[in-house]
Design a protein around this ligand. Structure first.
Ligand code: SF4
Length: 368
């Protein structure tokens, strides 16, 4: 990407201890991973594996499955074997499911150790996890805080989420277990941001970011972008999950878009489009949609900013930092590199021209 690109600016990053989830590292400076959760019944192994395959194709680095029943715990071995990405077992408090998951070769367990019930059960789970090298995510949630913590704070304040998380951390620590990832999710992005900041200040455990019950694709994307995005912009967060009442594939896509927007995503083509105004000539919306779709499908492995602009008057100027771009004219478009017009193409060839240029783009030769 060109030197004038925002990508070249250094991003802050909180340092956290590394935790290994299968072949994906969380924290310790590793790239921020994107997670999602399957909606199928976990014990329906074939359906669940199909879903995992689908979300992995969409870019999920880690996938979580719910384990509410014994048959779900029994299915984990086959799921772990068949999944193309590391699998996390989501367990409420049943320590036997946790043991079973670890035995099945699960890559991470989400359980709040303080909810397991008996000290010897806690020890059993944490010892088994340690032995197998399986990390635990402590997942605190505004909707399921402990009674006494709620009583003390009145409602799920950030401090309440923090205290709950630290209670579970204490259980881990007294069992000499430190392979921990923490989340303190809240349905209110503002509260969530404060809660995570507190945990980030007080510990060095890697953080799994998420806004819980964030809603539909539309609302949930906004809430998650604010909550997750604000923290990431400050360098806080090591793995993210966007929760949407929608297909998990959408969660993964939105997750990657959040990372990309902050310039911390995996290599890829970043599409910039002008906001459009009264000077717009031609159908920019279709061009943007088609280019975005094609780029998503090809998932190019290079960092490149492509600007799609609605007119020739201000287009190139506004897209100055972009590597490639087009600005619409009447029935044709200017095609430019580094903000300078290099060609003119008919409107119906815009998308192909852009794709071809991306394909032929050589980062080494053309940067700067
Ligand atoms: Fe308006 Fe042209 Fe700027 Fe787009 S590029 S916002 S159409 S002036």
């Amino acid at each position: 990407s060109s030197l004038s690109s925002p990508r070249s600016m250094e991003r802050p990053r909180r340092s956290s201890r590394p935790v290994q989830v299968g072949d994906v590292q969380i924290g310790g400076g590793a790239p921020i991973s994107v997670q999602t959760m399957t909606v199928s019944k976990t014990h329906e192994v074939e359906t669940t594996l199909e879903e995992i395959e689908r979300v992995a194709d969409a870019g999920a680095d880690i996938v979580r499955v719910a384990v509410p029943r014994p048959e779900d715990a029994d299915a984990l071995e086959d799921i772990v074997q068949g999944a193309p990405v590391p699998v996390v077992a989501d367990i409420h408090f049943n320590y036997q499911y946790a043991l079973k998951a670890i035995e099945a070769g699960i890559h991470k367990v989400r359980i709040n150790p303080g909810n397991i019930g008996k000290r010897e059960w806690e020890r059993e789970v944490l010892e088994a996890a340690k032995e197998a090298g399986v990390p635990i995510r402590i997942g605190v949630n505004s909707g399921s805080l402990e009674e006494d913590i709620l009583d003390k704070h009145g409602y799920p304040k950030p401090q309440a989420l923090f205290e709950s998380a630290m209670r579970h951390v204490e259980v881990c620590r007294r069992n000499d277990f430190e392979d921990i990832v923490i989340s303190v999710k809240h349905s209110d992005p503002y509260m969530m941001i404060q809660a995570y900041r507190k945990v980030a200040e007080e510990t060095d455990y890697p953080l799994h970011l998420g806004v819980t019950e964030s809603g539909s694709l539309d609302t949930g994307t906004v809430k998650s972008s604010i909550g997750i995005g604000s923290l990431l912009a400050d360098g806080i967060g090591d793995t993210i999950r966007v929760s949407l009442a929608a297909d998990p594939v959408e969660e993964v896509k939105v997750g990657h878009r959040i990372l990309k927007s902050l310039g911390i995503g995996r290599p890829g083509v970043n599409i910039i489009a002008c906001p459009t105004c009264g000077r717009l000539v031609g159908d920019l919306f279709s061009v943007v949609e088609e280019v975005e779709e094609a780029v998503a499908e090809k998932s190019f492995d290079k960092n490149l900013d492509v600007a799609l602009m609605g007119c020739a008057v201000n287009g190139p100027g506004e897209a100055e930092g972009a590597d490639l771009g087009v600005s619409l004219g009447r029935g044709r478009a200017h095609f430019f590199k580094h903000g300078e017009v290099v060609d003119t193409v008919p409107e119906d060839e815009i998308v192909d021209t852009v794709l071809e240029a991306i394909e032929n783009w050589d980062e080494e030769d053309e940067s700067g």
